[in-house]
Design a protein around this ligand. Sequence first.
Ligand SMILES: *Cc1c(COP(=O)(O)O)cnc(C)c1O
Length: 494
Amino acid sequence: MKEDKKLRSGVAQTPTYGSDVMINSAPDEFIPQHPTTPDIAYQMVRDETYPQTQPALNLATFVTTYMDEYATKLMNDAINVNFIDETEYPRVAVMSAKCINMLANLWNTPQKDKWKTGAPAIGSSEACMLGGVAAWIRWRKRRQAEGKPFDKPNFVISSAFQVVWEKFAQLWQIEMRTVPITLDKTTLDPEEALKMCDENTICVVPIMGVTWTGLNDDVEALDKALEKFNKKTGFNIPIHIDAASGGFILPFLQPELKWDFRLKWVLSISVSGHKFGLVYPGLGWVIWRDKQYLPEEMNFSVNYLGAEVAQVGLNFSRPAAQILGQYYQFIRLGFEGYKQIQFNSMEVTKYVHGEIAKIPCFKNYSPDVVNPLFVWHMDQEYQKKAKWTLYDLQDKLQQSGWMVPAYTLPAKLEDVIVMRVVARQGFSRDMADMLLSDIRNAVAEFEKLEYPTPTRIAIDKKEHVKERIFNHGSHVTKKHAAAPKEEKKSKAKK
Ligand SMILES: *Cc1c(COP(=O)(O)O)cnc(C)c1O
């Protein structure tokens, strides 16, 4: 019988999996010549997207994977709303300004104006860029006014920076000076940071909720040290805080900790609305201490849409749905609701942290848990004899659906392989128990190994097993690069 080609390429009555499309490889070079039915297209895209993902078992990402049904409905309703169309949707701009007010006040802004100074962003990456660029422009204008050169800007940050800061340095050609973290000095050392500061330093960037370790830099100590330093030198170096995670944790769980605008030199703070702000991606915020710290050069007022629109972000058009989501969460949860959720995430984290400490082959990187995430590594004595590595554990856990990333720490600590758990809303105590039992079982199996695993052999051969965490760590790729070149003897002797 002659096949009805048209039917199989898709008309309304074609069964989705009876169509031609399903027995051919998916288009990857050219737009297909002909349309197909929406259900076939939908199924293809869906099938390609979801088979490997179980958001609840992904303990690598920081990004929200759960919102309630009303939030989801609100955001879906607004899926076609462009934030920049402020004349069409003027209330969205107002809603964004309300969120900025709430965050500024949450972080104890001294700004007296009714409307505080800040901007929505696609995530912390854009928010960090905006904070950094503002610091750079303020510095440049001051240098210009003083008739001094302004072509060699730098900023100072710990070696445990998130990759956005490397992009900031590259894209705007601003030298990044990094203070190494070590096993003893696990966060940014203020004195070491100051040693790297000079008249060309646009800002120091402490991190609240360091992506690599979960710890917080000591902003109060840095602020104090800068106060003395600035008095002595007149450099007036300010602070931008990358509070991607901590910005939504500390105000609720450690309100007494002084890390925010209560400190003199803190001029801007950025946060991810889509991390512990509890909104689906992508949303970030940056807040300035006062309007004078947002250079007017960055504030593009746009009026061709029929209104005077203050425009700070790198993007022009952007989705409005996330702003509705953030405002909804603020109203729905209130301060107390956020506190309850963050408290629970912390409790589960502390529980897992405590249980990991009881497993003899492991050691926590820090005895403190200050954000809902922590890292651990192998006990160093154990590691000498172990026939396996944390990469093997990562693979093993993945077989049960868990995504628990293993990676090496930054410069100077690149021999230390750690494993990280981020406990987001949705990771319950019961799930933590399942995870711990899978970890214990995996370790018991590894201990029966007769021969070392390939990753263990690679490490013994000093082959560099390099791990890179892209963005927030939800994508971890292993690069098994060649062994690093031996340092030349003559050089080493010098
Ligand atoms: C996640 C993170 C970023 C990047 O934020 P996005 O919201 O993913 O763009 C920057 N800095 C820190 C410390 C982070 O944890």
